[in-house]
Ligand binder design. Sequence first.
Ligand SMILES: Cc1cc2nc3c(=O)[nH]c(=O)nc-3n(C[C@H](O)[C@H](O)[C@H](O)COP(=O)(O)OP(=O)(O)OC[C@H]3O[C@@H](n4cnc5c(N)ncnc54)[C@H](O)[C@@H]3O)c2cc1C
Length: 291
Amino acid sequence: MYPAAFEYLRPRSIREAVELLLRHGEDAKLLAGGQSLVPMMKLRVARPKYLIDIHRIAGLNYVREEHGAICIGATTRHVQIEQSPLIRDKMSMLAQAAGEIGDAQVRNRGTIGGGLAEADPVGDYGPVALALDARMKCVRPSGVREIPASDFFTFAYTTALEPDEILMEIIFPLPPRGSAGVYHKLEKVAGDFAIAAAAVQLAVGRDGVCTSIAIGVSGGGPMPQKPAAVENLLRGKKIDRELTEEAGRLIQDDAEPIEDLRGSAAYKRKALSAVLRRALTESLRLTTNNL
Ligand SMILES: Cc1cc2nc3c(=O)[nH]c(=O)nc-3n(C[C@H](O)[C@H](O)[C@H](O)COP(=O)(O)OP(=O)(O)OC[C@H]3O[C@@H](n4cnc5c(N)ncnc54)[C@H](O)[C@@H]3O)c2cc1C
């Protein structure tokens, strides 16, 4: 099916994009990689009168290390994140998550800003952004602000972004030295969205006691979550099989998934428990190797 008619606008700067968004209001939509928006337009679920293409704006596509963080421009493509030597070296779970998105075509076109703004409940960036306490740098007519990942996702397909706001950059603080990160995703078929996924960044001392833990999950509700109760359970304790099982039980009991084509609620609870336990076990193995 063809999309409804629209006017295509190509701003040359972020300032011009903000002005266009302000001028056209709810009649306009930003276009980044088009991997979510274009299918919705073809189905006529989305019918913007104006399409503001931001993906050619110079200076929105980069990966760089700055002030103890990895900063990523909003139109940086999934494949660039998957293959970035800096991200693979210092934030491997983010590279893993990007490499799990859809198929090669989606990863070649789709952008991190679009993926986060779309806020699919089981999108791959959500758990990583929450685990690593990412901050979303946004611009609007009144200026620039940062939204912590914990405030960014407000419901399924809904974020704290205002209608006249553009996500410019995602700031991922570097994880503690010696810690190891793992993103683990369970999918029904290769290239699909997750049934459940867990991002775990863990560090232990020589005695095996957890010195730092950060977790993000998806599949347990209408948006990705940072399970503070599980982090509190693990912090300061020796991570062994028994504790890992307990963490799995806790996340399962707290989860409130809905039944859909990817499985029943009961199955998804078990899937979430399994991906968390696997990510914990693997990150423990990797961080122990770093000691
Ligand atoms: C077959 C298929 C499989 C997929 N599988 C997965 C998967 O396994 N995991 C996963 O995470 N994703 C998956 N996706 C989604 C994919 O990651 C998309 O690339 C992503 O959701 C949207 O990014 P985009 O750059 O294409 O955004 P677009 O489609 O261009 O835009 C998406 C939405 O975000 C808004 N937007 C875009 N950029 C910004 C910005 N900078 N600031 C504010 N708003 C903005 C747009 O207005 C639009 O509403 C899949 C998509 C397809 C088609």
